[in-house]
Design a protein around this ligand. Structure first.
Ligand SMILES: Nc1ncnc2c1ncn2[C@@H]1O[C@H](COP(=O)(O)OP(=O)(O)OP(=O)(O)O)[C@@H](O)[C@H]1O
Length: 260
């Protein structure tokens, strides 16, 4: 069984507004998948469904092959904002999932302190979120999400609020974390280069409601770095995906839906 997360024939609506119709998606163990699609199409809703914060009206969502409504504890969910608690230090914020899982406060904090060097945060263990840079806050948020459910990470535009250089640094850092942890990662991003650079598979969402997503494998070997963006295979794929997005935008303007 190689399946980590699957949506099978899922329908989901907010009231009259149908976002997903007979929607299928399969993410394999160890995949790094990027989800891209127009604003408002339902990407964050997909994550909330995967995390069990919402339930579908039809179809099933499986984790490790099991359809269950109790998905929250099985997933590390990193929302768009870092959502750190301002009154808790770095260690206290990151230790929260371990405490929720029943670890004593002392033990939880000891385990977090052990992790901090990998995150470049050793010297900031007792700092409060307002004392950190945006990139540091995102790393704390990532560590906290990883401690909630390290096998499957849902990252909702984690770097969108960061400056360009920090963003590039964190992209390379995230690739290293992915390789070290072996986690399955799903990333929502509006940044096409980021989507391709990080993922082994890019999934394009279109339509209202979304039905069949279009997928493209990224034919570039790991390890990758920001320099991988200059490879011909990268540029070709980016061009192809742009074409598909333009096509979908055109179809939407004419009341239809399609990727090639
Ligand atoms: N709780 C809610 N009740 C009703 N409608 C909602 C709710 N949450 C989101 N929506 C609507 O559902 C649609 C999809 O929202 P969602 O946030 O999933 O989109 P998205 O693709 O992640 O957007 P973006 O890229 O802008 O973050 C939007 O039109 C939004 O207004």
């Amino acid at each position: 069984m190689n399946e980590k997360l699957a949506f099978s024939q899922v329908d989901f609506s907010y009231g009259e507004r149908k976002l997903l119709s007979s929607f299928d998606l399969e993410v394999k163990k160890g995949d790094f998948v990027s989800l891209i699609g127009p604003s408002g199409i339902g990407k964050s809703t997909l994550f909330q469904l995967a995390a069990g914060l919402l339930q579908p009206q039809a179809g099933e969502i499986r984790i490790d092959g099991v359809a269950t409504k109790e998905r929250l504890g099985k997933i590390g969910y990193m929302p768009q904002s870092d959502a750190l608690m301002p009154w808790r230090t770095v260690v206290e914020n990151a230790a929260l999932p371990l405490e929720i899982q029943g670890c004593s406060k002392k033990e939880a904090q000891r385990r977090v302190r052990e992790e901090l060097p990998r995150y470049g945060l050793s010297e900031w263990a007792d700092a409060y979120p307002h004392e950190l840079s945006g990139g540091m806050r995102q790393r704390v948020s990532f560590l906290r999400a990883l401690l909630f459910g390290s096998d499957l990470m849902l990252l909702d535009e984690p770097f969108s609020a960061l400056d360009g250089i920090t963003r590039l640094e964190l992209q390379e850092w995230l690739l290293q974390m992915w390789r070290q942890t072996g986690s399955t990662m799903i990333l929502i991003t509006h940044d096409m280069d980021e989507a391709i650079l990080l993922a082994n598979r890019v999934i394009l969402l279109s339509g209202a409601p979304i039905t069949a997503p279009v997928e493209r494998e990224v034919p570039i070997a790991y390890p990758r770095s920001t320099a991988s963006r200059n490879l011909p295979a990268f540029l070709d794929l980016r061009e192809e995906i742009w074409g598909l997005l333009r096509q979908a935008a055109g179809a939407k303007a004419q009341g239809g839906v399609a990727y090639g």
